[in-house]
Ligand binder design. Structure first.
Ligand code: IPM
Ligand code: MN
Length: 396
């Protein structure tokens, strides 16, 4: 019997709707497997800020830090919800947690399930063979171009004063200048790159196929990226049976779309990872399918990659699979971290429920060419989970 403390942060817009479906699925696991969760739900985000003047209730950061084995986040961001300094309202939640809990590896799997259609030219088609798209992008999550914003958000989350970064001169520039520093450290690079190699090793055990880690940067022009690549080469030397590749981010975007089968585990600095993962989601059917895990040595947070989609909020319309797949990543990561075979098994069962639902033509939302609602898809996947769990635990 494993009981985990789970903090749920539904956030804004459709984040709330997909989180409800994620919770529906979690409930099925609680009822039909040894897994159990002590759940605390905390309101937060831009909408909450507009209503209350706060991004989340006082003590929320501390609750996430001190009383949570895992955190599940819906989406943050709402039109017009900005802090007085111009930062996104709700940033304390998503960025404050990434930085304040030192969640340095943002894992974004890109896998095309059988039965999922892409929408590239405005029409749903099968362009890629599903077997060719199965990679994991790992975005560095605590520094790079996000560094000062991350720091500001984490300082705000603990009620501390932000220490402003000393501004240099920019010779040759005149008039108003605004800038974001992009520091990349050896320590920050090393831990996320090592994480990528360890993940590749785990995938190797899973599939027996030779695995590869690809380093994506812009080391032909940027100093920070040169450090990132140098550290990549050093770490790679410790993993002799894992193949490596390197690419510059511009060429990588082309490579990603043209030959996705070349890619297995990919590691990228923060902002490149942000951009490349939205692009890569097209290979798996769009952002409605893209799940993520933010992992640190002490804490973990799971979230769909998509935002709050204000346009569709309140319509029971958006795809809940990214949020449900984030629960799958949560089970898997809890399993690995706590050496919990039930959690790992539940991760496999949830994965089977999602893939069989899609492969067998189960109901899907508009983004995948269907007409089902958020809750219909959530319900259908939850029912599959229930059937699989009952089958497994009855025969066990
Ligand atoms: C993401 C999002 C966030 C980011 C925003 C909401 C701050 O785009 O998780 O990819 O830029 O990291
Ligand atoms: Mn993004």
């Amino acid at each position: 019997m494993s009981e985990y403390r789970l903090t749920v942060l539904p956030g804004d817009g459709t984040g709330r709707e997909v989180t409800a479906e994620a919770r529906r699925v979690i409930e099925v696991f609680e009822e039909n497997s040894p897994l159990s969760f002590e759940i605390t739900e905390i309101p937060c985000g831009g909408q909450y800020f507009l209503e209350t003047g706060e991004e989340w209730p006082e003590g929320s950061f501390e609750h996430c830090r001190d009383n949570s084995d895992a955190i599940l986040l819906g989406a943050i961001g709402w039109p017009g919800a900005r802090m007085s300094n111009g930062d996104v309202a709700g940033g304390q939640v998503i960025l404050g947690l990434r930085s304040g809990l030192d969640l340095y590896a943002n894992i974004r799997p890109v896998k095309l399930y059988h039965g999922v259609q892409h929408k590239v030219h405005g029409e749903h088609t099968n362009i890629w063979n599903p077997d060719l798209v199965d990679m994991v992008l790992i975005r560095e999550n605590t520094e790079g171009l996000y560094h000062s914003l991350l720091r500001r958000s984490a300082q705000a989350a603990v009620g501390a004063k932000d220490e402003p970064i000393v501004i240099d001169k920019f010779p040759g520039l005149e008039g108003e200048v605004s800038w974001d520093p992009r520091p990349i450290s050896r320590r920050g690079s090393e831990r996320v790159i090592r994480f990528a190699f360890e993940l590749a090793k785990r995938r190797q055990n899973h599939s027996q196929a030779p695995q590869r880690v690809t380093c994506v940067d812009k080391s032909n022009v940027l100093r920070g990226c040169r450090l990132f690549r140098r550290v990549f080469d050093e770490v790679a030397g410790e993993y002799e049976d894992i193949d490596t590749a390197k690419a510059f981010i511009d060429a990588f975007t082309m490579w990603l779309v043209r030959d996705p089968e070349d890619l297995d585990v990919v590691v990228l600095p923060n902002m490149f990872g942000d951009i490349a993962t939205d692009l890569a989601s097209v290979l798996q059917g769009g952002l409605g399918m893209a799940a993520s895990a933010n992992i640190g040595d002490e804490h973990m947070l799971f979230e769909p990659v998509h935002g709050s989609s204000p346009k569709y909020a309140g319509q029971d319309k958006v795809n809940p699979i990214a949020a449900i797949s984030s629960v799958q990543l949560m089970f898997d990561n809890l399993g690995v971290r706590h050496d919990d075979s039930d959690a790992m098994l539940c991760a496999d069962i949830l994965e089977t429920a999602i893939s069989s639902h899609l492969a067998e033509g189960g109901v899907v939302t508009y983004d995948l060419g269907g007409a089902a609602s958020t809750s219909e898809v959530g319900q259908a996947i939850a029912e599959r989970c229930k059937a699989l769990l009952q089958e497994h635990y009855a025969s066990a």
